[in-house]
Design a protein around this ligand. Structure first.
Ligand code: PMP
Length: 340
């Protein structure tokens, strides 16, 4: 097997390096690297809050969105409490549960790869402190519609905090998208999680943020590490917020490439549902293991869940073409529309 990696499509990263204006801001910050960053990242919080059009008391930042998720769990979970999430999902959730001593309650996805909201609600009991919804979902890219999300939030008991992970929200398109600002106003037990790692292409710098009611945000901020957000990352995020238009055009290109990939793969006979993240999800019973082997041989690193699925991050055009060429050679999936 050829193990040379030519295209990294395993971690849902952006295919684009930082914009020149962002690099310039980082270089300036590097020249000041002998100085500490702010004790708590108040300036960054103010910038993010203004950009999100909410008060700063509704924003918490952390070491990636995964860091914010950990801070939330530290704030609300006592050992022996439980945490529910649809499974499969982002690998960090069971790890974070273990870090705070929460009992993980994984709830299987429905057969069409959606988070099963009814089953999640049924799984909540007096010990549950947090339920995670990932929207768009990793790895399937499925979307919980505005209507379903509102109904879900109304039914979650008040002692349970809902962690709505919107790491990929910038890549979602369609008329059924939830209005997060309205949801935040209506649900004081909701924390919306966002990140600069995906659409903003700053994965290495580790900055994510959460939006929630002031009471919940204050509790989470008690777990903010002093000097915890580094100054180079802060400079990069501020510069990225100033370059919003350019970054949105990059996201549009990724979305267009996602749709091209899906269209071409469906043409090859793969059964692929519309997805809303920066990835495409191939699922068993299509020949995902053979697909994974073909990608590896072609130097494409994808995320392979043996016997279950294959998540392909949308890359640049060349990488996506390499995916299409590699998967075209895989022994025929059944023709579209003939799935058993
Ligand atoms: N949530 C989801 C659903 C993810 O897929 C990821 C990264 N793969 C994250 C959160 C974490 O992102 P970060 O910590 O870089 O913000």
């Amino acid at each position: 097997m050829d193990s040379t990696v030519l295209h990294r499509l395993a971690l849902n990263e952006s295919p684009y390096p930082p914009l020149p204006s962002v690099r310039k801001a980082m270089r300036r910050a590097v020249a000041q690297a002998h100085r500490y960053p702010q004790f708590y990242p108040d300036d960054l919080i103010e910038r993010i809050a203004a950009w999100c059009r909410v008060g700063p008391d509704r924003v918490v930042v952390g070491s990636g969105s995964v860091g914010v998720a950990l801070q939330l769990l530290q704030a609300v979970v006592e050992p022996g409490d439980s945490m529910a999430y649809a499974w499969r999902t982002f690998d960090a959730y069971p790890l974070l549960a273990a870090m705070v001593g929460a009992q993980p309650v994984p709830v299987p996805l429905s057969p069409d790869g959606r988070q099963d909201l009814g089953a999640l609600l049924t799984a909540l009991d007096h010990r549950t402190r947090v339920v995670v919804l990932c929207n768009p979902h990793n790895p399937t890219g499925s979307l919980v519609t505005a209507e379903d999300l509102s109904a879900f939030l109304r039914q979650v008991p008040r002692h349970v905090t809902v962690l709505l992970d919107e790491a990929y929200v910038e890549f979602a398109r369609g008329t059924e998208l939830p209005d997060t600002a309205a949801l935040l106003d209506a649900h004081p037990h909701l924390l919306v999680l966002r990140t600069f790692s995906k659409a903003y292409g700053l994965a290495a710098l580790r900055v994510g943020y959460g939006l929630g009611a002031p009471g919940l945000v204050a509790r989470i901020r008690r777990h903010q590490l002093p000097f915890g957000i580094n100054a180079v990352a802060t400079a990069a995020v501020k510069a990225s917020l100033r370059a919003g238009g350019e970054l949105r055009r990059r996201v549009d290109t990724v979305v267009a490439e996602r749709e091209r990939l899906r269209h071409e793969l469906v043409g090859q006979g793969w059964h692929i549902r519309p997805g809303h993240a920066n990835s495409v999800w191939l699922a068993a019973p299509d020949p995902v293991d053979e697909g994974a082997a073909a990608l590896t041989a072609a130097g494409v690193q994808a995320r392979h869940y043996p016997g279950e699925g294959l998540r392909l991050t949308v890359g640049g055009r060349e990488a996506n073409d390499a995916v299409l060429t590699a998967l075209a050679g895989v022994s025929r999936p059944q023709a579209p529309g003939r799935r058993p």
